[in-house]
Design a protein around this ligand. Sequence first.
Ligand SMILES: [Zn+2]
Ligand SMILES: [Zn+2]
Ligand SMILES: [Zn+2]
Ligand SMILES: [Zn+2]
Length: 738
Amino acid sequence: MNKLLIVESPAKARTIQKYLGNGYKVVSSKGHVRDLPASEFGVDISKAFKPKFVLIKGKKNLVHEIKKMSKGREVLLAPDNDREGESIAWHLAELLKLDTSRPIRIVFNEITEHVIKEAVKSPRKLDLRKVDAQLTRRILDRIVGYGLSPLLWRLMKRGLSAGRVQSVALKLVCEREREIFVFEPVHYHKIYVVVNGVKVPLVKIGKKKLKPEDTSSQEKLDVILHDIRSSVLKVVSVVRKESRRTPPQPYITSTLQQDANNLLGWSAAKTMRIAQQLYEGMETPEGNVAFITYMRTDSTRVSETAKDAAQKYIEARFGSQYVGGKEKRTRKSKTKANVQDAHEAIRPTYVDLDLEAAKKLLKGDHLKLYSLIWKRFMASQMSPSLYEETAFALETSDGKYRFEISSKKRIFDGFERVFGSSQEKVLDLKFEEEEEIERFELLTEEATTSPPPRYSEASLVKALETNGIGRPSTYATIISTLTDREYVVKKGRELIPTLIGFLVVDFLERYFPRIMDVGFTAKMEEELDEIEYGHKSRLKVLEEFYREFGPSLKDVEGRVGSREISPVYKSNAKCETCGEVMEVHVGKFGPYLRCVGCGKTENVDPTGALLVDDVVVVTKRGEERLGEKCPKCGSELVLKKGKFGEFVACSAYPECSYTRNVRARGTCPKCGGIVEKRRSKKGRYYWACVECDWMGWNEPSQHFCPSCGRRLYYKSQRGQEKLYCEEERMWFDPSQVL
Ligand SMILES: [Zn+2]
Ligand SMILES: [Zn+2]
Ligand SMILES: [Zn+2]
Ligand SMILES: [Zn+2]
């Protein structure tokens, strides 16, 4: 055992030890060993932003042990292959007083016997630029956090914090909540011509794409229906073509987090935890095995070895026509320019360890995530699927109204063989071009435009990536910080900003607009890349940042100290005692309402309030905003819980007395009308159509059964809301159906 190899995690150490055998001693540093101090600023701005590093608490004995082991041994540093890993390696080198001019660093993207044995043969020098980039991020975050957090403590309450990137992410969530709040829904109609039982939608009027506004009133609708009825419909085109659907790229960190959130309901943090275990190696009946490549990456590159292995597997299993990669594909993506370094996509380390084989070694969450990764990778190496598409277009004789629909028949499944998800939709339409249709039926459906959805972890990660904020190593932490600080709460998969979240964003946007600027934050990420590429120095980046941030921090500190800035907001609430307006203040326990007249105070439901146009809009306890407007007065509608169950009422009560029953999320399965929740004389709830005689125990959804095509209903299975097919008595997870 003449060589010492240091990694950052015990599981990784075990897996590597197994492959390197007796010539090596593999030990783990158990994460970072040194960092900026926890109890002081630790950056000397006057001395070129010199950081002060201290041993992390509890690491003293471990470092002592490693030092002892390194005596008389050649040391190799093998933390993960990214900036964070490079920086751990550098700290270790400093502590062990290693000669950094010598090749002491090894890197790899996967922990397999072959790769590890090759890697130890070709160590390189530490990449000090990478270390610098990481150090700069750490110092920047420290300067911002240490500057802003105490201001929030003085103004609002202790324990709050403001991070550089997480505050921008919080801003995105707050902005979305506001958009939803001010959204004005349009009620409109969809129009179809029904031929052979197939609904062909109206898509254009006078060559222009149909908009909800075109059919938003009964008068407009009547004119259109009259026009169409008094005309003959003609089939103006029947176009047949073959279309191919290309397989997806293998996973990168952001897409893996999105899919795990959408398909498994996991948080980004959980996804990364499970992925890390799969990467580092897990105990199996066959010893420690690492199942996937490194999980923090924004590269879709696949190594030649893995490509070859996949090809062999696909050929043997499915036949050579399923082997993909014959056509060159390039990914057009905004993130392209951001690719951090020469990583690989996230893929299985042993390509032929398919789902059957994996079931013997993995279970539970690990098997679930591995299945996603294996399928996606295998699909990415397979051929496109082929469809025969027939597009039909019908027009009224004057050409004013145009209906379109297309039928898709799959003629070759390609990658969909492993990936599921067919796009086949075969319609029973046998139109000939120029054919005239004299007898047809028109159908209208009521619809309402809906506001943009709240962010889920998946869509927030996507938004961060699209805006160039954060990196594969930081997405998960950014989001978990927001929920840990209770700036955001999760309801199901939705992220809802709390009132304190709104107030923090408002304060930062007012006084530190640059910090809250999406473009500026993205530019800082690019500057860090520049440091890594050697185009910019750490000192220059820090100086440029501080030249602006330093003075504005000092200025705001002064104004907060002299009480010139204080967080008091107007609200929409009226005092129940004296009728005066109430203001929102922030105290030790968070935001509360205070009457300007009699001084009475009241709690605010943290997720029932938001800040719009400098006014805090609160909903009362036990009420929930619906994101819908009152048809009588235009105020917000809220869900209330009364003695006889839930009902919908106007938030302007008592001025406006509008109420109605709770409505189903789907329409009537019989007539397409509105379905309401009602209570029987015996107190049991049921659902009933307001337009026809349909009734049922289960709430209709807007989804259809993937197996039989009939309507699905919401029903709870072991306390969890699922979709249920009443015909086939089958359960579906909401993520499984379209
Ligand atoms: Zn009062
Ligand atoms: Zn109203
Ligand atoms: Zn009905
Ligand atoms: Zn069914």
